[in-house]
Design a protein around this ligand. Structure first.
Ligand code: ZN
Length: 299
């Protein structure tokens, strides 16, 4: 697919914003890509930049890994979703992606309207995602796309990336490498777990306990009868995320999946409060959109 086809995919009049947050568009946006590019990380260190929802850019030695960038208001079917804040960078300006990890096919994780211009702006980028994500929908050549399968690690950028099953809210497609994935990334002496979308399934703690996880990105929006009835597929809730962080003894936990959509959020303050009651010494970070978290593993 050439540039014209990609432009057609992304031709949109504007990003639909909630009136409450529309003033955010007037705020000067620091140049996120330049900030990422200008940062150097030393040994045993990584830098994380929040993209909203579960999206994160990770700066390591010699490159940048993106996970689930959702940088439009696309609903995946030609319509729009109302965002509570604008994307921190337009996808066509993401020129520094070296590896893009996709956790599953839902549009806030696998967004063809994000990935198509991103793939053109970052011709060096490689992509990985589960079998449910068809790279042709994003105009990405199959040679740049890896079919990620749970339990089959691969090496890229000097990192070891191990896909692990996620249950959103069931474990599906086990024979094909699992439909929903999280990723464990061992890079520059730091071990990261990004859950994508998942509940705490029987066996998740055991699966992850082979790693000493330094930084864990866990969804907190939960699930309930009324959202499920609206077709909103749920995740672990605040209590479950805090207790999983405890069970895994993670070095630092970052809550995700609470900020982008008004009807499917959660209060990250409640997460912090609950985690504090479980263990006041457990570090956490509420990573805001465009904010940088610098992590150095000590000892
Ligand atoms: Zn999601």
């Amino acid at each position: 697919m050439g540039p014209l086809a990609c432009a057609l995919l992304t031709a949109r009049p504007h990003v639909a914003l909630s009136p409450l947050r529309a003033q955010w568009t007037a705020m000067p946006q620091p140049r996120l890509i330049e900030r990422i590019n200008h940062l150097q990380v030393g040994e045993n260190s990584l830098a994380f930049y929040g993209l909203g929802q579960v999206g994160v850019a990770i700066r390591g030695p010699g490159g940048v890994i993106y996970i689930d960038p959702y940088l439009t208001d696309s609903d995946g079917g030609g319509g729009h979703l109302e965002r509570l804040f604008p994307p921190p960078v337009p996808p066509g300006e993401v020129t520094n992606a070296d590896l893009v990890l996709v956790t599953h096919e839902h549009v806030d994780h696998f967004d063809p309207d994000t990935l198509c211009p991103l793939a053109q702006a970052s011709p060096q980028a490689r992509f990985a995602g589960p079998y449910t994500c068809d790279p042709r929908r994003a105009g990405i050549d199959a040679s740049r796309w890896r079919h990620a399968r749970a339990g089959e690690p691969f090496a890229d950028l000097g990192a070891t990336v191990t896909p692990v099953p996620s249950a959103h809210t069931e474990l599906e497609g086990a024979g094909r490498g699992h439909a929903f994935l999280g990723y464990v990334i061992e890079w520059n002496g730091v071990t990261v777990y990004h859950a994508g979308d998942t509940v705490v399934w029987d066996g998740l703690t055991e699966t992850l306990s082979r790693w000493r996880i330094d930084v864990a990105f866990l969804p907190i929006n939960g699930r309930d009868y009324f959202r499920t009835r609206q077709g909103i597929v749920g995740n672990m809730n605040i209590r479950e995320a805090a207790e999983l962080a405890q069970a895994l003894d993670v070095g630092l936990v970052v809550p995700t999946h609470y900020d982008l959509f008004a009807g499917n959020g959660a209060d990250p303050g409640q997460f912090v409060s609950y985690l504090y009651r479980l263990n006041p010494d457990r570090p956490q970070k509420m990573l805001r959109v465009g904010e940088m978290l610098f992590f150095r593993r000590e000892g």
